[in-house]
Every structure is written in C-alpha cells, then in structure tokens.
Design a protein around this ligand. Structure first.
Ligand code: UN1
Length: 516
C-alpha cells in the first residue's frame, strides 16, 4: 500500500499525527506500548495509508482502567463548575484546530471538508453546552410527608464511562459523550472505530494538552484502539458502570447482552431507517433540498440519513423527476476539494453492500431510477466512489426494512396521511423522521402520540443535521439511548435520594406505628 498523498500535509503535523506509526493507547498525557497487532488507517479518498496504529493489548487495557479509576477519585472531587472550566478550555482548543481536525475527518472518513468542519463545530457546541451544564446538575427537593424532614435527590458521578464510537462521526459523537460525562465528574475510556483510529489520536492529543496545561493527572480522558475484542474488554468489565455505544444494530445487541449480563448500564445509539413524508401540501423547494442533503450528504453514511421518501400520489412523478434532475448536478469526488458534494464510501465492503442492496430491491420488484454505478477513471482509482441511487420500492421489501449505509433513497407512494405514518413507523428502527407540509393538521398529527414513533420527529426540515441542544437517539432497534443535549446528562450520573430528619422524633413513613 502506498502512503496517502495527503499524509505529507502540514495539518497532520499540527495535529501531531503525522508519523507512520501512532500510539495506540493513551491515558491522557502518556502514550505507551505497542502490541503485535495494528490497525491500518486507510483514506477512502485514494486508498493510501495515513498511519498505522497499534491495537491495545489486554495488559495495556487493564493499565488504562487502573489509571482511569485513580483519576476518577480526584476528578469527582473537583467542583463541577471547575470541571466545566476545563471543558471550556477544550472548546477553545478545538476552535483553534477546527480547520485541521475537520480536514483529518475528511481524509480518514471521506466526508466533505465542509461536513468535517461541521463535525468539529458540533464538538465545540457540546463543549459550550457542557460548560453551562456544569452549573446545572440539578437535583429536586420533594415535600416530605413527615414533619421536620427534608426529602431531596442529588446526582453523583458514576465512574469510568466506556465510549465506543462509529466511523461515520469519528469525533463529534465521542465528544457528545465525553464532554457531558466529564462535567458530570466521570472519566472516559474511548474506543474509536477501527476505521478511524487517527481521528482518535488527534482528539486525544488536543484533550491531553489542556489537561497538562492545567496540571491535571492522566487518566481523565483515555484512549484504547482496536476492534471487537477491545470493545468486549470494555463491555464485559465490571469496573465500567456505563457503556455508550454507537454503531450497527448487530453490534448494539452484543453490547447490550454482554453489559446486561453484568447489569451494567448502556446508552445505545444504533441504526436508523429514517423517512421523510412529503404531503401534497409540502413546500417542494424546501423539501427537495432537505431530501438531497439527507440522502446524499455524508454519502448516505449518517445514522440520520434519509433512506425512505414517502410521497403523496399526487406529487409522486414530479418529485421523482425533480430528484433525478437534482442528483445529476451532484459533484462526486475528492472530499477535500471545494465544490465536491459527495465523497467516497468508507471502503470496498460498503460499495459491495450498496450494490447488493440495489440488486435486492430490483429482485423484490422495485425499480432503479438512477445511480448506483461505481465510478471509474481519474480520481476514482480507489473504487470507493459511487453515484447516489434512487429506487422506487415498497416498504415491506426486506431490503427496505434494513439500514444500508450508502446513498440509496427508496421512493414509496401513499394516498392517506395515516397510511404514510404507518409506513414511516413500519420498520424496526426508530431514530429520525420528518414531514414536509404547510398544513397544521398534518404536521401536528405527525407529531402526536399516534404520529411518528421515532426519537426525532421534524417538520419542514430533514432527518439529519440535528443540533446538539436536543437529546439525540431513537426507539425500537435504534436502542433507546439518548446522548448530547437536554437532560441526557442524567444517564452519566447516579441518582441518590436523601431524607434528612432534622427533628427530635422518629416518625415513620406511611404512618406506621412501631414502638419498642
Ligand atoms: C450519526 O450519524 O451517528 O443529526 C450522528 C445528525 C448529526 C449527528 C449524526 N448531528 O445528522
């Protein structure tokens, strides 16, 4: 394998990740040991190698957990606003590195630079959010039924939190977890995707710099690298009270079982099969832009990507034709070049899965309207560039029920809104959903209890591109977890209910008399 042409770029040096072999394991300030196994970070842009990253050995892993446990004892004693101050500095450091880190995300994951920078902006936003949250870890006070008693609750840190993240958002989703967990007083052990280990090292270096500058011990933010085996170290480890995992439903079921077997807690953010409903009252200009961003953005590799478009019969043909036209104008190529709207898929397995899905939809009786070709020729030598596809399909086709991590949009026809909502809900996943309508009744029906069954339900915006301020996650096989904003912080803490009797007698609850 030839080294990627991009590896010579200065931005890798500025991020401290320009070496051929990068440290695979870190407890914060000290990077150590290299096992025999390693991960090859390969850019989907040109198939070139960015770096080699050693897989964390079992021994190293145990040392990381020990260091994290020791750091937890100190970190949890630091008042929460003081933890917030460290997160504020991390946000500033990320601001300084937004361009470089965004570029690395584009290089290693393949999303366009604009979206890579957007991911870093998401990190900055969650830092700002977490700083505010650090002064708002509120517990309630409840009226006690007993005189001279006070009944209240408080929230305490949990311990080391394991974060397993996916390739498609190699930095942002980690920070949703890590920054919130950190203000809560937890320490974090991160296993990035084995497809994006260099992003892991780069973020770790940024965080470590801030910790070091503040004289903080190592072990607050920790990094381990590897695949399934290293993930299992985390999920089966009783020392890790909470695992937050993002990835496929298959992976999530394994995590839930292994962590569940020891009654460990999980936050799962798994696959989506997100639909947009276009009613006859939709503002089509708005809708079509949202559909194209949702289906083609990040080359269809977001868990929030738009996979199904449920279109009213009266506008179906018009929508199909206009989408085909819009797809023709999409520039596919090097995601680091200005003007590119769609970069490569992550690897050849993803290209294969897309091809198989297109075959399956046609075999089931669907129609491939446009796209699906694997691009060849200059600039496309890696074989990872595809044309986004539009198919006419039916919701019950087994392949339509699946999440294929590729830019395939299934057009599905409906006539009554109830039918559209039933189609939207008629999949096993429940992450994100949207309706485009200018009719209040349609919009509110979609948002009502008998409407969308997803964790995210939008009106007149697409399924992807959520802000960090809301709780992010979904229902059914999406896993039920919530991360990021709103009160998602509570999942990273333990709730303690306290009753203080400040009187001189001992009345019992429920009026029980028990005189001795
Ligand atoms: C993901 O794909 O795992 O809402 C996360 C969005 C982004 C996050 C996606 N803010 O599309």
């Amino acid at each position: 394998m030839t080294p990627s042409a991009e590896t010579s770029r200065d931005f890798l040096q500025r991020l401290g990740v320009s070496g051929p072999v990068l440290p695979g394991t870190s407890t914060g300030q000290e990077f150590f040991g290299a096992g025999d196994e390693s991960l090859d970070s390969v850019s989907p842009i040109d198939g070139g190698r960015i770096a080699r990253v050693p897989v964390t050995t079992r021994k190293e892993y145990d040392r990381v957990v020990e260091t994290a446990e020791a750091a937890f004892q100190l970190w949890r004693e630091r008042p929460a606003p003081g933890r917030g101050e460290i997160i504020r500095q991390i946000g500033d450091e990320l601001r300084r590195h937004k361009e470089d880190l965004g570029r690395l995300v584009a290089l290693e994951m393949g999303k366009i630079l604009e979206e890579g920078k957007g991911e870093v902006q998401e990190m900055i936003d969650i830092c700002d959010f977490a700083v505010g949250q650090s002064r708002m870890l509120y517990g309630r006070t409840m009226p006690s039924e007993r005189p001279e008693h006070r009944l209240y609750e408080q929230w305490h840190p949990l311990g080391p939190v394991g974060v397993i993240s996916a390739f498609n958002f190699p930095v942002a989703v980690y920070s949703w977890n890590a920054m919130i967990a950190a203000v809560c007083g937890d320490v974090v052990i991160w296993k990035p995707s084995e497809k994006t280990p260099v992003c892991g090292v780069a973020v770790q270096r940024i965080l470590a710099r801030v910790l070091e500058r503040n004289g903080l011990p190592e072990g607050i933010f920790n990094l381990v690298q590897g695949g399934r085996a290293v993930g299992e170290h985390l999920t089966s480890d009783r020392r890790i009270p909470l695992i937050s995992a993002t990835g496929s439903i298959r992976m999530g079921k394994e995590v839930a079982q292994v962590a569940g077997a020891r009654l460990g807690r999980t936050i799962l953010e798994l696959g989506g099969n997100n639909a947009i409903i276009l009613t006859e009252n939709a503002d089509l200009e708005l809708a079509l832009r949202a559909v194209v961003f949702g289906a083609v953005g990040t080359a269809g590799q977001r868990c929030t990507s738009t996979r199904r478009l449920i279109v009213h019969d009266a506008i179906f043909d018009q929508v199909r034709d206009r989408l085909v036209q819009a797809y023709e104008g999409i520039r596919i190529g090097n995601p680091l070049e200005a003007g590119t709207l769609m970069g490569p898929l992550i690897d050849s397995d993803a290209v294969r899965a897309m091809g198989e899905a297109l075959e399956a939809v046609q075999a089931a009786g669907g129609e491939l309207v446009t796209g699906g070709e694997v691009l060849e020729g200059e600039g496309y030598e890696s074989g990872t560039y595809v044309r986004p596809a539009i198919c006419i399909a039916e919701n019950h086709f087994p392949i339509v029920q699946e999440e294929t991590f590729a830019p395939i949009l299934y057009l599905i026809r409906y006539t009554e809104l109830e039918e559209a909502i039933a189609l939207q809900n008629g999949v096993r996943q429940g992450l994100s959903s949207a309706i485009f309508t200018t009719n209040l009744r349609e919009a509110e029906a979609f948002l009502s209890a008998r409407g969308s069954d997803c964790g995210i339900a939008n009106v007149n915006i697409g399924t992807s591109g959520a802000e960090i301020g809301g709780a992010f996650g979904g229902e059914k096989e999406t896993g039920g977890g919530r991360e990021s904003g709103s009160d998602a912080w509570k999942a990273y803490m333990r709730r303690q209910t306290n009753t203080t009797n400040w009187g001189a007698v001992l009345p019992l609850a429920q009026g029980i008399e028990f005189d001795v």
